[in-house]
Design a protein around this ligand. Sequence first.
Ligand code: SF4
Length: 369
Amino acid sequence: MELSIFQDRELAQKILQGIRREAKKIGREVKLMHVCGTHEDTVTRSGIRSLLPENVKVMSGPGCPVCITPAEDIAAMMEIMRKAREEGEEIILTTFGDMYKIPTAVGSFADLKSEGFDVRIVYSIYDSYKIALKEKDKLVVHFSPGFETTTAPAAGILREAIEKGIDNFKIYSVHRLTPPAVEALIKQGTVFDGLIDPGHVSTIIGVKGWEYITKEYGVPQVVAGFEPVDFLMGIFMLLRMIRKGEVKIENQYTRVVKYEGNVEAQKAIESLFDIVDAKWRALGVIPKSGLELKEEYKDYEVRTFYKVKPPELPELEKGCICGAVLRGLALPTQCPLFGKKCTPRNPVGPCMVSYEGTCQIFYKYGALF
Ligand code: SF4
């Protein structure tokens, strides 16, 4: 299918007309939530909020895995690097470019690098694994964040490492699951009329993975893709459901997402990881939202070998409202530090560091609303 269809101006205009029609018929404020940094990029880059009727609001939830990684885990990994050095072992730490810069009260991985530790930026866990294959006499640890989309390739690489007995490659797992976070937001009191589900997460978990949110909490949902037309169509489909009083889940992204998802990827993840309660930065502990390597694979988790007590740290700097942004309760422009004390060059909070962070996206595209 031609991708340009999904960027087509005329088609977008027609969908917008449909959105305006549905919004008028609903006749009250409608709050829609998405939980995806890539969706936020589409929304802000395309100016979608400015095109919507007054009574349709789009909020951004916890869609950035790097932003929600607890500061304690970053600090614990830094501690592991120091402890290893004290014990005579130099670890090669790999992680993604945005994670490298995430600030905590005790510094960042970038600071660790400036202290002389071997910290390397990689594009994927595969790059990290390749370093381990090359530098066999060193321990390579991948600080591994990510939602289902990133966990699937991580599981594939770990499986290969296990089968080949590559014992100098380990991870620090900070993988998280998306639907439990949505559930937690609902329980914590974030109110929204409909949810736009991330297309890439849904590629792994399928429409099926989201169904319980609709069944148990009565939230209409649409799985949507990442082009402007995809997202607009997702809004239209949700408004149509809301207007008709329908509570169901629909799939706009049928060209990629199947009802059952990627079953092979699901099996790969399930075979290696246990689901555990896990902390999300600024959101607290969310039941059954984290992934931890199973007991039999614990040799591939660096914390098995280096026991450090994660320090208790303030989650956010004073004045940073990342928690409210991640809960869909505020937009970055409501933060008094946005664009002043806090910029991508000098980020105060995690939402301004990551490419998937709502604050950075707003800053990058000059969103003013
Ligand atoms: Fe935090 Fe900066 Fe975003 Fe404000 S603009 S919420 S300080 S990351």
